[in-house]
Design a protein around this ligand. Structure first.
Ligand code: OAD
Length: 246
């Protein structure tokens, strides 16, 4: 079990402004593959970057739609893990807590987190690729990509694809919170994708204590104040116990 440094425990006990950035590693113990794990089964021959882009959708909308349908199916059976619930606890204890996630699986909200910024969207939401209208239901014709009832455009998942801008209000809120926090957690992310990866640096440049909780070292590790390497589903509950007991 990863030891929680006493200095970090003391700091968190008195902190009022905390930010946590999560990536796919935070959902790994819920049974969801991380983004850069080798894809399983039918999708093994594709790189996710070749599926999660506007160009891929233009080239072969059915392939991209089916990949997200497969991922939605995988998420259906997933439940929040102890790491998600520990972040709900932390949100209850810290007056000003912001949870920023790169994950599109919706598990933070499912666990009960309130103040969640979904930087890369949410796979459960579907919108028209032409007029942007959101829709809750769509045909399940396995032969073709469902179309928008309003304009006939192809439907797509409401997630950020490579080369697309992040939702402006979420990104601005994430940057503002990262610049103002006393403690910044980077949890279960390889720090491979911008602008999310820059948030830890923004926090550090403003004097925040930066804590990495990740299964393995990342490019961020050399600049963090505390590097806790292990499973977030174990470390986060341990941190809650160390700081707040229970
Ligand atoms: P990655 O797959 O790049 O990184 C996941 C990180 O989690 C890795 O460093 C793993 O070592 C770590 N990890 C795995 N299991 C863990 C566990 N149980 N506890 C703690 N850490 C664990 O996924 P992300 O960093 O989230 O963007 O990828 C960021 C973005 O890249 C994704 O949001 C996606 C992708 O392009 C878009 O789709 C726009």
């Amino acid at each position: 079990m990863t030891e929680i440094p006493q200095e970090l425990t003391r700091f968190l006990a008195s902190a009022s402004r905390v930010v946590a950035l999560t990536g796919a590693g935070a959902s790994q113990e819920s049974g969801l593959r991380t983004f850069r794990d080798a894809q399983t089964g039918l999708w093994a021959q594709y790189k996710p970057e070749d599926l999660a882009s506007p160009e891929a959708f233009t080239r072969d909308p059915k392939l991209v739609w089916d990949w997200y349908a497969w991922r939605r199916e995988a998420i259906k059976g997933a439940r929040p893990n102890p790491g998600h619930y520990a972040l709900v606890e932390i949100e209850k204890r810290i007056p000003n807590f912001t949870l920023i996630t790169q994950n599109v699986d919706g598990l933070h909200r499912f666990a009960g987190s309130q103040n969640v910024l979904e930087l890369h969207g949410n796979i459960q939401k579907v919108r028209c690729s032409e007029c942007g209208t959101f829709t809750e239901t769509w045909g399940d014709d396995s032969e073709s990509v469902p179309v928008c009832e309003r304009c006939g455009g192809l439907l797509r998942p409401d997630v950020v694809w490579f080369g697309e801008p992040l939702p402006r209000s979420e990104l601005e809120a994430a940057v503002t919170a990262s610049r103002a926090c006393q403690v910044f957690f980077s949890i279960g992310t390889s720090g491979a994708v911008q602008p999310a990866a820059a948030l830890a640096h923004a926090a550090r440049n403003n004097g925040s204590v930066v804590v990495e909780i990740n299964a393995e070292p990342t490019p961020l590790t050399p600049i963090v104040d505390f590097a806790l390497h292990g499973k977030s589903g174990e470390i986060l509950p341990g941190l809650v116990r160390a700081v707040w007991g229970g």
